[in-house]
Design a protein around this ligand. Structure first.
Ligand code: ATP
Length: 300
């Protein structure tokens, strides 16, 4: 094989995985909604997230993506019920943590610190009547009680700068911010304690395309800087192909295929993946490259 061939050869999923270290493993996850009749939303799902990796979770509305994410982060509320499964965080400091065994206080300490979540529609997650400052301070007060007020202010300002929000917005309330800014503030909160895993559930879906792309770029840049891993949930497969290292395709509660983004695009194995890909005609034109690779100027 020539050097050129080797450079161009796509790696197989196995080759890709051989270079990776898992940060989160979920096994045998089955989650139901105990209504009449019960809805089994997630069916015997296994999912491994590697350190520093962006794993896209794609699939059409109602296939169980959000339910799986909530199950992994212990956010399920009745009538949702985790019927079976295990979730292990392979913590870089404390070794393996059995997430499902954490008690109330342990769980509060764990969330945001080890795994944080950016929800669909930040307006629901941010409290509209409390200032951005108070919400960021609250994360620090709960998890880093020794921090002084000055340290919290400094850290909060630095976080806002990181996500491209002017620190003078600290005194603003969520309802005074644009949708894009709210989502950035949410990302800042999720980054506050430098978690090893971030779960992002449709974090940019409600935003216009320009703001969406800006925020995706920020997420990619921050990931390079802080090496967190991301489970990125969306039904927008073209976007996932741009930003993800690997993609898991979910359908009707099952993960039907997982592979590197390149292999999912070039050699989809499952019929449903093929169908999903073909439902985005734009994929068969020139691919975007808007987040990775080319700069704005090069694209224009
Ligand atoms: N509270 C509930 N009671 C009963 N069924 C529910 C409830 N919440 C969700 N479901 C069902 O569980 C299944 C999975 O829903 P889920 O929200 O996880 O899907 P999703 O892939 O995240 O969809 P979307 O992209 O629309 O958010 C769906 O069939 C949904 O109707």
């Amino acid at each position: 094989m020539s050097a050129n061939d080797a450079a161009q050869r796509r790696v197989t999923h196995e080759e890709y995985l051989a270079d990776q270290t898992p940060v989160l493993t979920a096994e045998g996850m089955t989650i139901s909604y105990e209504v009449d009749p019960p809805v089994i939303a997630v069916k015997d799902v296994d999912l491994t997230l590697n350190r520093g990796e962006i794993l896209g979770l794609a699939g059409e509305s109602g296939c169980g993506k959000t339910t799986l994410a909530y199950g992994i982060n212990r956010l399920l509320k009745p009538p949702a019920l985790l019927r079976s499964g295990s979730v292990t965080l392979h913590d870089k400091d404390d070794g393996d943590i059995d997430v499902l065994a954490l008690s109330g206080d342990e769980l509060r300490a764990f969330r945001w610190d080890k795994i944080s979540m950016v929800f669909q529609g930040a307006m629901n997650a941010l409290n509209p009547v409390i200032s951005v400052r108070a919400q960021l301070f609250d994360v620090f007060s709960t998890h880093r009680p020794k921090m002084t007020k000055a340290e919290k202010r400094e850290a909060s300002e630095a976080l806002l700068r990181l996500v491209g929000v002017d620190p003078d917005r600290l005194d603003a309330y969520a309802h005074e911010l644009s949708g894009g800014m709210r989502q950035r503030v949410m990302i800042a909160m999720a980054l506050a304690l430098r978690p090893q895993v971030m779960i992002m559930d449709e974090p940019t879906t409600a935003l216009d395309v320009v703001v969406q792309r800006e925020i995706l770029r920020e997420i990619m840049r921050l990931r390079e800087q802080f090496h967190f891993a991301v489970i990125f949930i969306t039904h927008d497969l073209p976007m996932l192909l741009e930003i993800s290292d690997r993609i898991a395709i979910m359908r009707d509660g099952h993960i039907v295929e997982v592979n590197t983004a390149e292999n999912i695009y070039a050699e989809p194995q499952h019929e449903y993946t093929k169908k999903l890909l073909s439902s985005f005609p734009s994929l068969f034109g020139e691919r975007g490259g808007f987040v990775r690779g080319r700069s704005e100027e090069e694209q224009s």
